[in-house]
Design a binder for this molecule. Sequence first.
Ligand code: AMP
Length: 392
Amino acid sequence: MDSTSTSCKVLVLNCGSSSVKYKLYEMPTERLLQEGNERREPDQSFQALLDSIFRLIGHDVDMMAHRVVHGADLFPESVLLNEDVLRRMESISYLAPLHNPVNLEGIRLAQLHYPAIPHAAVFDTSFHQTMPPTSYLYSIPYEYYSKHKIRKYGFHGTSHRYVMQRAADLMGMPLEKLRLISCHIGNGVSVTAIRYGQSYDTSMGLTPLAGVTMGTRSGNIDPAVIPYLERLEGVGTEEVMHMLNHQSGLLGISGVSNDIRDLLKTAGEGHERSRLALDMFIAKLHQYIGLYFARLNGADGIIFTAGVGENSAEIRERICSGLEFAGVYVDTEANRSGHSERLISSPYSPTKVMVIPTNEEIVMARDMFQLARPAQSFYMANDSLAAVSNES
Ligand code: AMP
């Protein structure tokens, strides 16, 4: 840490099973100093991958923020890490077996490498902890909720949190007065109803499998399909779950690709199932957007973010072209020009429409910086003490 000012370096780490993304920020200026997205080689251990990243970054790091996918109902906010917090995080790993264990392993290795600095966890689920029980409970016996925590948690919370604040700024309105529908449309897709700055309902569920059609995930289906398929295909639950997570969605319907860019091309060339996959994608998004207009009793703005939401003017146009009933009118020129943050609704559109590139990492760096403030003053006090004792 620079002892002559309050400026410090925050490393943001996002550990997945096949790759690790990182960004190093100077705070509070929010200047991006370094970033990377390293894929794990087939014969490389996770530890070796992290070691190579840490070597690249060096030791000049003051704080570290870690992305953790599932915080269940234990973590309504980002939290500074200690042994007790890590134990509580381990107790809910079963809720996200593909994500949380690797997130935790990343934290443990990072703590070994950077033992003297504060570390914090930022959860995808935290933002949605404000949902009322009418949104988060499933209509199954209540004891499964009280005994096993089975409920809707929601994901992409850090992204929804970032874009809602930017939307309020773009609209020139206080967040506390706005009802927003945030559409995070990437390979994973989640739609969130935001009421006065808080998540009120969201499309993903206990896991990120629920909600709308996604790249390779099915989104909602009748749960009775699962045992039915097991019987008909002679397969186990694990195989069916694999199919629902990895072979469904746009890929499963089209039989071509999970990437919207490919499907727009093949559909344009007359491939029927690509066209069907895209039509279904739009229809499922409409179901949730319509639902959230009802849940919020109207909305002041719709936000598009993530890979597809930020980059595909055609998909945005197709989604909005079914929403005139709700006062949504898009300005074709504004929609098609550029990739930056902007309003794309016509000036007379009662409901504003916005494209907002997401930035989950800056939210994580800000959370870390906020959380470490008391620790920071402690370190700074120690720096001054060290400076005094060096002088004497
Ligand atoms: P994300 O999960 O947010 O990284 O988004 C990744 C997805 O965004 C990819 O799988 C693509 O389908 C999609 N995508 C990226 N660029 C474009 C584009 N120009 N047009 C349509 N889809 C895009």
